[in-house]
Design a binder for this molecule. Structure first.
Ligand code: AHR
Length: 509
């Protein structure tokens, strides 16, 4: 039997997970808003027209921050169209997705929805067709208390208290040729700098995210980050990363290796930030905001006619292999928690999403729902610097791919270690030895759950949610080693309670 080993020590850790890495994203695209989170007339809709079935499922994902309103959509959006009396709101062409936007749902509805979700807003301003003035006006509308044009406009729209939105994205994917109003690094850097400066003059408590490259394979990746950061350094707090993995090559082993590219991208973006920091001899450390990530098979197919309202576009149906890749991308985010401070699974409902709905009908969990839910629930705490020794393979694009991808998180409050592990091996079970070294004393394995035993192409449907975690027999700990059998092609979570550690700690106090 193949064997792998993970060595953990309480003394060595990467950092604490920032809960904001379990964020998500709602764009005005397809059925994400209309028929997704908002559907007045739906049997589960509350008084605001929010689907409570969707809200309950989204709450189980524990998303603490949600990006809005785009995405590509934001680069042609007038935020003023989406506030005030509904009957006065204009119907507009959404040039990004070639649909019609009714503006029935806008900023105040989204803030209210996030309030019910218990989530913060990551607001994105339009730096495609618009500029610093409109961005500042939106900050004033949302965050200024009262007594000025925009703050009083908000109050006249029924929102007496300011929304106090703290996190702001300075446009979306501004280096991409597909982006409305895309720019070169120098032009965007200047605009982002001026917009962030002006927005922060209005509310100095906000934090801003400058656009990094649209994805890791952009031709200007690296140069773009250096240039825009150098220009806007004093006014920005984070830089964005976006990445969608897909199985373009129709090669499972290669697809499963792709989260290695996510890890390289993070290291590379962090290096670009550090380069500019060094050059400027600055004390400031730029955080990474991985504010769009997921698997995306690019099924742009379901478009029926142009200029529809909320057509069913980009409704990817995820399979078991996608759940494994999403599980590994989450492991990567956790392992880089010293740099990744915000991350948004793109998106939340219907559009490349863990939750799917039928308009007027039910909602169901896609395969990727479960790895996310468990990472969000048990991935909060101190990410341990595990030393992994795993057999490896080579794939079409990657060499030395470890069969096992694993990350361990120690939660001090619960006194628990959670180990997330994916076995990439398509044929063999792997015996995974976890050496607990300093986590000695009395320990109890709480559970081993796994998503396993499916055809890689297995999907979930409304009436048949097959790909979901199941309880496994609890592994035993012997001589400081926890030995877990990881089935071929499987996502696993093993949770261990450390009875003794808490006592030792209490004694020390
Ligand atoms: O999430 C879908 C789209 O992907 C977003 O609108 C855009 O930012 C990205 O290219």
């Amino acid at each position: 039997m193949k064997k792998a080993k993970l060595t953990l020590s309480n003394g060595f850790f990467v950092g604490e997970t920032d809960k904001r890495i379990f964020g998500s994203f709602i764009e005005h695209i397809g059925r994400a808003v209309y028929g997704g989170i908002y559907e007045p007339g739906h049997p589960s809709a509350d008084g605001d027209g929010f689907r409570t079935d969707v809200m309950e499922m989204a709450k189980k994902l524990g998303v603490p921050i949600i990006r809005y309103p785009g995405g590509n959509f934001v680069s042609g959006y007038n935020w003023e169209d989406g506030v005030g009396l509904r009957e006065n709101r204009p119907r507009r062409l959404d040039m990004a997705w070639h649909t019609v936007e009714t503006n029935e749902f806008g900023t105040n509805e989204f803030v209210k929805w996030c309030g019910k979700m218990g989530a913060d807003v990551l607001m994105c301003v339009n730096l495609g067709t618009r500029g610093m003035e409109d961005a500042k006006n939106l900050v004033e509308y949302c965050n200024f208390e009262k007594g000025t044009y925009y703050s009083d406009l908000r109050r006249s729209h029924g929102c007496e208290k300011p929304h106090n939105i703290k996190y702001w994205c300075l446009g979306n994917e501004m280096d991409g040729g597909w982006q409305i109003g895309c720019k070169n690094a120098a032009d965007y850097g200047k605009l982002a700098k001026n917009a962030a400066h002006y927005m922060k003059l209005c509310d100095p408590t906000i934090e801003t995210v400058i656009c990094g490259s649209s994805h890791s394979r952009m031709p200007t990746v690296g140069d773009w980050e250096k240039e825009v950061l150098d220009i806007a350094w004093d006014h920005v707090d984070y830089i964005s990363l976006h990445q969608y993995l897909s199985d373009n090559e129709h090669d499972l082993k290669n697809f499963l290796a792709k989260p290695m590219e996510t890890e390289r991208y993070i290291k590379f973006a962090a290096a670009a930030c550090d380069l500019v920091q060094g050059k400027r001899r600055s004390k400031k450390r730029i955080g990474l905001s991985f504010d769009e990530w997921n698997v995306w098979r690019r099924t742009m197919n379901q478009k029926i006619t142009e200029w529809d309202e909320a057509p069913p576009i980009v409704q990817d149906i995820y399979d078991f292999s996608d759940a494994l890749v999403v599980g590994m991308m989450l492991n990567v985010l956790l392992r880089n928690c010293d740099r990744v401070k915000i991350a948004c699974l793109a998106q939340l409902v219907n559009v490349i999403a863990p939750i799917m709905t039928e308009t007027g009908g039910s909602a169901w969990e896609q395969t990727i729902y479960y790895p996310f839910m468990y990472a969000s629930k048990y991935g909060r705490g101190r990410v341990l610097t595990g030393i992994l020794d795993s057999p490896r393979y080579d794939s079409l694009e990657f060499t030395d791919v470890p069969y096992i991808d694993a990350t361990a998180v120690y939660n001090e409050e619960k006194n628990e270690i959670s180990i997330f592990a994916v076995n990439r091996d398509t044929e063999d079970e792997i015996l995974f030895d976890i050496s607990l070294l300093e986590f000695s004393g009395k320990r109890e394995v709480l559970e081993h759950i796994a998503i396993e035993g499916h055809d890689p192409a297995q999907i979930n449907t409304l009436n048949d949610v097959k790909v979901l975690p199941k309880q496994k027999e609890k592994p035993v700990i012997e001589n400081n080693r926890l030995s877990v059998k990881l089935p071929p092609l499987s996502w696993n979570l093993v949770r261990v309670h450390l009875k003794q550690m808490r006592k030792l700690r209490q004694k020390a106090l």
